[in-house]
Design a protein around this ligand. Structure first.
Ligand code: HSE
Length: 463
């Protein structure tokens, strides 16, 4: 297999295209000059960066055939030059500073895998775009916070800005929405967008263990970061959702408009009740276009087990898109990891190399609309409510009365156990109700003598 690295001494040597063991390209062979190369520099050589280098090497001929030119990594930048990454970076030009690489290196496409909202990742991308280069990035935080400005910069300079890897790793969801559903009006997008959370919730359901226990195990297995807050508090999902909703609805990206709550408060008891009622608890990112504006929220929700999202377990991600012509389409796959993410990065490289680029968010950045935010708190719907009560006569009647007085209609009432002196859980599910009315009734319920804790409330989401 030929190297994917350009040696600094490379000249006009030519080679037979397709002459290696790449069986998918056994024929036809054609002559390919090194002048056909497309030069790539890579900022950030962690798991994904190493995966990109590995995959460019592994599927080199196939990628070159699809791109029309051979992608060659000519330079890299990372924090630690000495770190053993299992790949030989010695033939490459090394840059300590990714911004200097963006400014000074000889390249066509800048691949940004540094991460982080501001700082070097942002400056490097801006520098590359200003220089008229193309940028491919996996950085969801950067796109969620600065995507519109970067898109404007790219479109002004005539460069591409591609970020398929930023949302749901190996699932080509941005391409599916931007290109596959280009004829449709999308009105709702719902996703399981964080593998760490989905792994934790799945493991809690299967083992009955608490969030803390499962998180500790996930950290030991390398599925969760030492500082897990970005994942478990829903920020990572919110970044991805903001990108999806911008693309879906043609709006200026509005990360600040996402209402976010994570999974720390999900209990094994709620997961067990959900299961008994035919639901799974999933951390969902939901973007919806309503008459009032754009709603964006990230929160643990109950979805029916048998729905496409209800059956997505473990580290897998899935996105369901509702649109007017194609109707519901669902996409599932690995949302993270070296190879799935490298696959998305290289798909972007191929598109850019082929010149197959579109406006960054499907329509020119200048035509993206400013979204009107809809307050998710006020949105009605069906809810799961768990109460912890003393098992005394009349308690269910009092709870029912508080709900009845606010016109909240119950679908299910479950009371477990018999324990006159101790607490027992009472679980209610409602039909579609006004959120404000439910909150008012639960304020009354929380004040009842027999109700021992604040009610636990989880939305039931039709998916
Ligand atoms: N930390 C993310 C997840 C992967 O757990 O899905 C990168 O976005």
């Amino acid at each position: 297999m030929r190297s994917v690295f350009a040696r600094t001494s490379s000249t006009s040597r030519s080679f037979l295209f397709g002459e290696t063991a790449d069986s998918q390209l056994a024929a036809p062979s054609r002559r390919c000059n090194l002048s056909d190369d497309i030069k790539i520099v890579l900022a950030g050589v962690g798991t994904v960066g190493a995966g990109v280098i590995d995959l460019l090497k592994r599927n080199g001929d196939l990628i070159a055939a699809r791109a029309g030119r051979r992608p060659i990594v000519t330079g890299v930048s990372a924090r630690n030059r000495k770190k053993d990454r299992g790949i030989d970076l010695s033939p490459l030009t090394w840059y300590d500073d990714p911004v200097v690489m963006a400014r000074d290196a000889d390249y066509d496409i800048y691949v940004e895998l540094i991460g982080g909202t501001d700082g070097p990742a942002k400056v490097a991308c801006e520098t590359a775009l200003r220089a008229g280069k193309h940028v491919v990035t996996a950085n969801k935080a950067l796109i969620a916070e600065h995507g519109t400005a970067l898109a404007e910069a790219a479109e002004a300079a005539g460069g591409a800005l591609a970020f398929e890897a930023s949302v749901a790793g190996g699932i080509p969801i941005l391409k599916a929405m931007r290109e596959g559903l280009a004829a449709d009006r999308i009105n709702r997008v719902v996703g399981i967008l964080n593998g760490t959370c989905n792994y934790i919730l799945t493991a809690m359901r299967r083992s009955g263990r608490s969030f803390d226990e499962v998180l500790a195990e996930a950290q030991a297995l390398g599925y969760a970061e030492a500082d897990p807050s970005f994942d478990v508090d829903g920020i990572d999902t919110a970044h991805k959702l903001a990108i999806l909703t911008s693309l879906a609805f043609g709006i200026v990206i509005d990360f600040g408009g996402v209402s976010v709550s994570g999974i720390r408060n999900v209990t094994p008891l709620d997961i067990q009740f959900a299961e008994e009622l035919g639901y799974r608890i999933k951390l969902l990112g939901i973007g919806a276009l309503t008459n009032a504006g754009v709603e964006q929220r990230v929160e643990p929700c109950m979805v029916r087990c048998e729905t496409p999202l209800g059956s997505v377990d473990g580290v897998y991600n899935a996105v369901m898109v509702q649109s007017d012509a194609a109707d519901d389409t669902t996409y599932e796959g690995r949302g993270a990891g070296a190879m799935p993410t490298a696959s998305a990065v290289i798909a972007d490289l191929i598109d850019v190399t082929r010149g197959r680029t579109m406006p960054v968010f499907g329509i020119p950045a200048a035509r993206l609309e400013q979204p009107v935010r809809v307050d998710s708190e006020e949105r009605g719907g069906a809810f799961y409510v768990r109460l912890n009560v003393r098992d005394v006569p009349g308690v269910i009647a009092d709870i029912s009365a508080a709900l009845r007085d606010e016109q909240v209609s119950l679908e299910t009432v479950v009371q477990r156990g018999r324990s006159p002196n101790d607490a027992v859980p009472v679980v209610l599910t409602t039909h579609k109700a006004s959120a404000a009315a439910l909150r008012r009734s639960l304020d009354r319920v929380a004040n009842l003598d027999a109700v021992l804790e604040e009610p636990c409330l989880i939305r039931i989401e039709e998916s």
